[in-house]
Write a protein of this length. Sequence first.
Length: 383
Amino acid sequence: MTYFFIFGSHPELSQAELTSILTREHFSFSITSRRENFLLLETTTPLPDKFLTRLGGAIKYGEIIADSPSDKLQKTLFQILINHSGTGKIRFGLNAYNRETDLTKLGLTIKNALKDSGLTCRFVTSRESTLSSVVIHKNKLDQKDGFDFNLFYLDGRIQIGQTLAVQNFIFYSNIDYKRPAFDDKSGMLPPKVAQIMLNLLSDKTDSIYDPFCGSGTILMMAGLAGFSNLNGSDLSAKAVDDTITNLDWVRDRHQLNFTHTVKAADAAAISTNLKPNSISAIVTEPYLGLALTGRETPDELDHNISDLTQLYQTVFDQFASVLKTAGEIILILPEITLPRFRYRFSAENLIPKSLEILGHWVYSRPGQKVIRHIYKIVKVNKK
């Protein structure tokens, strides 16, 4: 089967997440086409239902159901709708990803042809060049008698994909804003990013550890992803209480089965509380420094960088001590971006010899003063 995946604003990170989870779950697959914002791949077995819910970085996915020469596209789409139409009103939308196409003209022509055939139909359009997850879901294009077509111009022909599912924007909004405990001052890692980080792990272990748990975003997403033993710590007693409250909330709300242990502890001294070589996976966003206004003095910035450098070197040494050989770390390091100042914390300059970098991706939003650099790191036998 051939599937397509549409990625969001960070396609390299999203593709790494997708290939990681497919490899981890032993799917046989091959990437047949790759562009900046989409990917086509073949699998020997069908992907499971609700597969998209496992991914944080894909906006939607679907199946390639036909291909067509350009001059036969209208006829091909019309025939698909005729063949698969039920007894209800047909709803369809169009998206073109790697070539400008007059979708309005194409859609209206198909709509009129369907009406001439005695079928009731609605052509869904949007002000954007492609239909968003919100538009697709609210217009039921991802449900019965709904068709969200995606056109990929490849090798002189058009691959036609039908959307199977779109990202559940309501779910992520609820995790972000309906959790009972949070701390606006310290900021929160977006749930989608936490989900991506967990999916970057090479092996799905039962246990996960977040030594900078904050309000528990990573551990919440780990519970939703099926991890059964959630462990966290934070220097802040409030963060510990918030994490416990949020974990209990997400477990009850989604009827999950996991245990959790969350304690107050300094990440720079976790080896005093944890046995050597006892942790399989660490996924965390450490302290990223002072909240920046852009008005900091050079001395304040230098002091912030010095403190963070010392912290990161110390926690990497601690992680290396408690991590099992071949155990992995998925961790964020910041890059400070101000109008007249820029500084990036690079893992290459911070980790001990027993740790090795496997991957590095960037996540940022427009206007942010701190860019997130996501690292995948493994413990090796070097000393």
